[in-house]
Design a protein around this ligand. Structure first.
Ligand SMILES: C[S@@+](CC[C@H](N)C(=O)[O-])C[C@H]1O[C@@H](n2cnc3c(N)ncnc32)[C@H](O)[C@@H]1O
Length: 200
């Protein structure tokens, strides 16, 4: 799987800047982010998920990236539409705009208040919301029980996450998993680094 993604990456010229919001306050970082979204594109290109849920949408750059890689997928995005953890109030409006040609819906909600993510089982859940240790853990705990693949983004970006069970997370999540008949893989993704953690 990792080899297939890396091979795809070596051929890909995917560039998220074609749909990025020029008014994004972080626009000076766009050039740096090209390889980051390209890797996400290649992950989805190889996995070909038919259903995707994302926690933490912001302007929808990952959402559109996944949908370009797997255009027939049904996408559900959950975002608090807040100004913390890289968020920007109102950003969901742009996310809706750039995914209008796809089967995408967005829910404005606090994932931390959820006992279950909206909908049933997904092929891919992208966890990229409240990255403060407990928040990431909460979202991962829900995601791992509702998805065949979990992409945990920016997992090592915040100090809280870095020191929050970074090494034994696989064992911890394995114990949490309820769907023993399904195989779930967790992908930790940060700065071009991906780790596949496989259950089942
Ligand atoms: C790092 S950004 C997501 C970036 C996006 N995945 C992308 O690739 O462009 C984190 C997002 O999580 C959202 N967020 C923060 N706390 C949240 C919570 N408790 N529930 C839902 N969304 C949350 C923020 O509003 C922000 O949009």
């Amino acid at each position: 799987m990792v080899d297939a993604i890396l091979t795809e990456l070596s051929k890909s010229s995917f560039d998220f800047r074609k749909f990025a919001n020029p008014s994004d306050p972080l626009s000076e970082l766009f050039d740096e982010w090209v390889s980051y979204y390209r890797l996400k594109f290649c992950v989805a290109k190889i996995l070909q998920p038919k259903s995707i849920l994302e926690v933490g949408v912001r302007y929808g750059y990952s959402a559109r990236t996944f949908l370009e890689a797997s255009p027939s997928a049904r996408f559900v995005g959950v975002d608090l539409d807040c100004d913390s953890f890289g968020g920007q109030s109102g950003a969901l409006g742009w996310a809706r705009q750039i995914t209008a040609a796809y089967d995408a819906e967005f829910v404005t909600a606090d994932s931390q208040q959820m006992k279950r993510l909206p909908g049933s089982i997904y092929d891919l859940i992208h966890v990229d919301g409240q990255q403060d240790g407990d928040g990431s853990w909460h979202d991962l705990e829900l995601a791992v029980n509702q998805s065949r693949y979990v992409l945990a983004d920016g997992y090592f970006w915040t100090q809280q996450n870095l020191f929050f069970k970074p090494f034994d997370i696989l064992c911890q999540l394995r114990q949490l998993k309820e769907h023993t008949t399904e195989t779930t893989s967790v992908v930790l993704h940060a700065e071009g680094l991906i780790h596949f953690l496989r259950f089942g």
